[in-house]
Ligand binder design. Sequence first.
Ligand SMILES: Cc1cc2nc3c(=O)[nH]c(=O)nc-3n(C[C@H](O)[C@H](O)[C@H](O)COP(=O)(O)O)c2cc1C
Length: 321
Amino acid sequence: MPFTTELTRRFGLRHPVLSAPMGAVAGGRLAAAVSRAGGLGLLGPGYHDADWVDAEFAAAAGERVGIGFITWDLERTPARLDAALAHRPAAVMLSFGDARRFVPPIRRAGAALVLQVQTLAAARRAAELEPDLIVAQGTEAGGHGSSRALFPLLPAVVDAVAPIPVLAAGGIADGRGLVAALALGACGALIGTRFYAAEEAIGSDAVKRRLVERGGDDTVRTAIFDIVRKLPWPEPYTGRAVANEFSAHWHDHEAELRRALPEESARYAAAVTNGDLDTTVLWGGEALDLVHDVQPAERILLRIMREAEATRRRLAAPDIS
Ligand SMILES: Cc1cc2nc3c(=O)[nH]c(=O)nc-3n(C[C@H](O)[C@H](O)[C@H](O)COP(=O)(O)O)c2cc1C
């Protein structure tokens, strides 16, 4: 039986799942594969420019996809939004910053407006912009985020912003997580980490192997990878990454890292060139515990939906065990 929710109805989807706009990971192939499989895939330009946006829409080969921007970074180079809107995305998601100035062009282009928030206060502010969807992102999430756990945050956001539909993000990688999110009042899930370990995601075999090998206990929420890359992320945002030698050395020693920046930034840049995963950042969330293989995105999504159906049946049984 299909999972019909406000999300599937509004967007004409077969499954209540969006793939996250993972920066420089969610290109056109991944987004298109998720959309083709019945969800909605979002492109993640991260800090990339308008050329990247054009190339990845081309890679989506006409499949209906959306896109998600880091809001404070979009303020530095707003032309990327125009480039994206020219491709008529199904949705534009904005996260991490003040979205207000970008709402009119998104509306004019006829794209759905999706706002990702990390606190209840931010959800209330987002609701004033009357978005089509609000994403409540828990601290479990891979990549940037903040400190609230999804379980209490999600139902509070659902209550505060009703009737705006809410998606859950952070720590969801299987059907049990999806059904839990629905039980807490969400109309679907925005999933990142699980889709990073998809064949279509941008990333080397070594990166994806590490995602499979590591678990949630191995992740750390930290600012050091932004400090060393000289990216001016505002408070309260930090990023959840797979711990490595660099984080073991510098996490909780941010002031020292700032003092050592000239040498450390150069060393970091060299590590990027060499593909040195013991130094460079690998974003990933607590859901890595549930990531056991690299699969095509369609297979990942269909497995989540099969598990969700099995979970629904289990919960419907008169004697839950
Ligand atoms: C590798 C990676 C990169 C990410 N990059 C972005 C980004 O550029 N913009 C954004 O809004 N969210 C980004 N996120 C966060 C996602 O939007 C989403 O909240 C998160 O992936 C959900 O949690 P999960 O990873 O546990 O599924 C990223 C997440 C990951 C794993």
